[in-house]
Design a protein around this ligand. Structure first.
Ligand code: DC
Length: 220
């Protein structure tokens, strides 16, 4: 079973997808972390972020590994480094290149083919796994999404999955607006996705609702 969870930043995808995967005993794949890791690598190597072909080659030569919540490139653990706000700001520039998306799509499909998974991203239900068994599109009002991202940053820092936040809540809300614009073309819900507005819902309700959809579609 493949469960695709798409939607904009702060809609609740990561929390919902992680908990759902735990409940179902499925793998959890965060495709945004793969784009972030490539962005980190390109910045570390001083590669021009407008050079799509070079970035595609970089992605091909440096497979990214997702392992129990940690993100690796070769033997470097980049889990915390990819959550910095300077990565937030430029990752849409990297993710926009067709050469990059083609490599990521192939790699993400290989990961999906391994077995049951909850896959979080922007284009999972539309492009990466159009045949996914369950497709969900999560959304929420922008103010709520900014507040959630802010809370998530604190939690990640406490769990040592990220460094201390370098910018405040207002700057983060501005960054989010800019990111929404850059990501907009990849954010279309699949025609057959179940759309859930999570503004007024709590995580457990959303997870339970999706879990029910998965159980209904699981082979007897
Ligand atoms: O979900 P996130 O904020 O960690 O994603 C980081 C960036 O990667 C975001 O700008 C959108 C992009 N992305 C994408 O283009 N396609 C995906 N499947 C996942 C993320």
């Amino acid at each position: 079973m493949i469960v695709a969870i798409d939607g904009p930043a702060g809609a609740g995808k990561s929390t919902v997808a992680r908990r759902l995967a735990e409940r179902l005993g499925y793998r959890y794949l965060d495709t945004g972390a793969m784009y972030r890791a490539l962005t980190w690598l390109a910045m570390t190597r001083d590669i021009d972020l407008s050079a799509g072909e070079k970035l595609g080659a970089l992605a091909e030569e440096n497979p990214i590994t997702l392992d129990e919540g940690r993100v690796w490139i070769d033997d470097t653990d980049v889990t915390a480094a990819i959550r910095k706000s300077r990565i937030d700001r430029v990752v849409p520039v990297v993710a926009r290149h067709p050469e990059v998306r083609a490599i990521m799509r192939t790699r993400q499909r290989e990961l999906a083919d391994v077995g049951d998974a909850v896959i979080e991203g922007r284009d999972i239900g539309t492009v990466v796994c159009p045949g996914a068994d369950v497709k969900i599109y999560l959304n929420a009002e922008r103010q709520t999404r900014a507040e959630r991202l802010n809370a998530e940053r604190q939690t990640r820092a406490e769990r040592r999955l990220a460094e201390r936040p370098e910018i405040g809540a207002d700057a983060l809300a501005t960054d989010l607006r800019i990111r929404d614009q850059s990501d907009a073309e990849r954010m279309m819900p699949a025609a057959d996705a179940v759309q859930i507005d999570t503004t007024e819902l709590d995580v457990e309700d959303v997870v339970s609702r999706i879990e029910q959809l998965v159980r209904e579609r699981q082979p007897a």
